[in-house]
Design a protein around this ligand. Structure first.
Ligand SMILES: Cc1cc2nc3c(=O)[nH]c(=O)nc-3n(C[C@H](O)[C@H](O)[C@H](O)COP(=O)(O)OP(=O)(O)OC[C@H]3O[C@@H](n4cnc5c(N)ncnc54)[C@H](O)[C@@H]3O)c2cc1C
Length: 314
């Protein structure tokens, strides 16, 4: 994780010695921009509260067991996460400052359990910045997943199309400036109100917001958005958040990887198929009630060729 020096100091925040828990690895990145999307966007930890110890402390209150050895903290955190005893994780909080294209922010802001303050395009000028998709990211619509990408386009075609995407966005931005009369093309005339002029801007323009969330919902967010099903452009932010998780609450991060990220949840039908496989049987897809997608996902998880109609595969 590379960090840039903080470009926006926060003069109103008093810096003082504190008796609160602080984490050296978090103090190191605090306030510094972490570039995302090849530096087009960023993520910055503005503040955080609590550590792995705060989770243990809260859980022990609810169990009434008093203070235990540190060596047992890891076990308790793993137990809590495994059994979805979630409230102790809500004792930790984090505040991020984020900059991202609007099409990513639309997905981001669907997560309702955070507190948000966003840049106002009614009040301020939208900056002249347009998201540039990488040539290597320009892929065709996936044939198997309606919400995904398939094969990458040939480089010459991708270069041509990204150029056209860029041009279209620049034209829209030029119209935005014209509506606002920013270039004073219509002297002595007021520009169109910012709240309306912005409607010509594409989803590729950028927004910024502060986002405060507790650890339970942060884990929920990264579980959904660092998942391969999520769109790449939000996934890269979520992966950066996973790196922050490792610094902030390493024991929780370890437990989350084990019980959520790397875990495999099986439906009743999938369990039946697995039992038959463990009994040494060959199972054909047609004998099961699994959908094509479920069949492929199960095969992939078990290390078989997901395109095969029969498991196990060699
Ligand atoms: C891969 C992917 C594809 C998606 N595709 C689409 C799509 O095509 N269309 C679309 O509209 N959305 C889509 N979404 C968004 C998705 O449906 C959720 O809105 C989003 O992921 C936020 O999840 P959440 O509601 O669990 O999170 P949060 O809003 O953070 O809520 C966390 C949890 O709190 C509880 N909660 C919060 N608010 C309420 C409430 N008002 N009532 C009841 N319980 C509540 C729920 O248990 C919820 O799981 C997609 C998300 C992903 C990850």
């Amino acid at each position: 994780m590379s960090v840039a020096p903080d470009s926006a100091p926060e003069p109103l925040l008093a810096k003082s010695k504190t008796a609160r828990a602080t984490i050296a690895a978090m103090e190191e990145i605090l306030g510094k921009q972490i570039p995302v999307l090849d530096g087009q966007g960023f993520l910055r930890v503005v503040d955080y509260m609590g550590d792995d110890g705060a989770i243990v402390q809260a859980a022990r209150v609810s169990y009434g067991q008093g203070t235990k050895h540190t060596s047992q903290d890891r076990g308790l955190i793993r137990y809590l996460l495994r059994h979805r005893h979630t409230t102790p994780f809500e004792m930790c909080e984090i505040k991020l400052h984020l900059k991202m294209p609007i099409f990513v922010a639309r997905q981001w802001l669907r997560h309702r359990t955070a507190n948000v303050n966003e840049y106002s395009a009614r009040y301020s000028l939208v900056p002249d910045e347009i998201f540039k998709a990488g040539i290597q990211d320009l892929a065709v619509q996936s044939a198997v997943n309606n919400q995904g990408r398939g094969e990458t386009l040939p480089a010459h075609e991708a270069t041509q199309l990204t150029g056209e995407m860029q041009q279209a966005a620049e034209n829209a931005y030029a119209l935005y400036l014209r509506l606002l009369n920013e270039n004073n093309q219509r002297p002595d005339q007021q520009g169109v109100a910012r709240e309306l002029a912005r409607t010509v801007l594409p989803l590729a323009t950028f927004t910024e917001f502060y986002w405060k969330c507790d650890l339970h919902n942060y884990l929920h967010f990264v579980s959904l958005r660092a998942d391969p099903h999520a769109q790449k452009e939000i996934r890269v932010y979520a992966e950066t958040m996973v790196e922050i998780l490792d610094k902030w609450v390493p024991l929780t991060a370890e437990a989350w990887r084990d019980y959520v990220r790397e875990a495999l949840t099986l439906s009743g039908e999938e369990r039946t198929v697995l039992r038959r496989l463990l009994n040494g049987e060959k199972v054909a897809k047609s004998e099961t009630a699994l959908s094509a997608r479920e069949w492929r996902a199960l095969g992939k998880a078990l290390g078989y060729d997901p395109e095969s109609e029969t498991y196990p595969t060699a």
